[in-house]
Design a binder for this molecule. Structure first.
Ligand code: 5GP
Length: 180
């Protein structure tokens, strides 16, 4: 059943599931080499459904944590990030897998990555469900991308419009009348 505010479904749940299965295998194979439980850090709130689906497919011990952060408002990236909810697990000498819903300008992610490296993370690997490369304003790329999408505003599977639509089990494009 498609929500009445959705114009079209861009990515359905079975596509998301297959993508999570593949990404889970990538994370697992890395950790078999390093013998370390992967530390997955989701960026709140949008990454929650993606994180939940991803870890279902990981068959080795895994640690998860969440970070809520936003970059300062402004035209230029300040290089500083404001933390609304910090990590509970130390990232010192760990490889941190950042789990993100979507990369648009890249500002938040660049600053979070820098912050984790400054805190002593050994490495920061970026995993994003969606990538909008046309929106990029700073130099950052994900290491693993689920789906590359055009520069449209999408909702569902964690992504919101005014805090709504996060619960949709698919990624969709909103009808213009919802936001006009
Ligand atoms: P940026 O890469 O611009 O620093 O920030 C990415 C964040 O902007 C995402 O985590 C998400 O919250 C929001 N965002 C970017 N593009 C979209 C979109 O198409 N739909 C929704 N709902 N949020 C978006």
């Amino acid at each position: 059943m498609i929500d009445s505010g959705i114009e079209k479904v861009l990515i359905n749940f079975s596509q998301i599931q297959s993508c999570c299965e593949k990404m889970a295998k990538t994370i697992e194979s890395y950790s078999v080499d390093t013998k370390e439980a992967p530390l997955l850090v989701g960026l709140l709130k949008g990454s929650v459904p993606f994180m939940a689906e991803l870890i279902k497919h990981i068959t080795i011990p895994v640690e998860i944590d969440f970070l809520s952060a936003h970059s300062y408002e402004g035209i230029q990236s300040s290089g500083k990030v404001k933390i609304d909810k910090d990590l509970d697990i130390s990232c010192l000498n760990r490889t941190v897998w950042i789990i993100e819903d979507i990369i648009d300008t890249g500002r938040t992610l660049l600053e979070v990555k820098q912050m984790l490296l400054e805190r002593g993370a050994q490495d920061v690997v970026i995993v994003t469900l969606l990538d909008k490369p046309e929106g990029r304003k700073v130099q950052i790329e994900a290491d693993h991308v689920g789906f590359t999408i055009p520069n449209a505003f999408v909702v569902g599977f964690g992504l919101d419009y005014n805090e709504k639509y996060r619960n949709l089990p698919y990624i969709g494009v909103l009808k213009p009348e919802v936001y006009l």
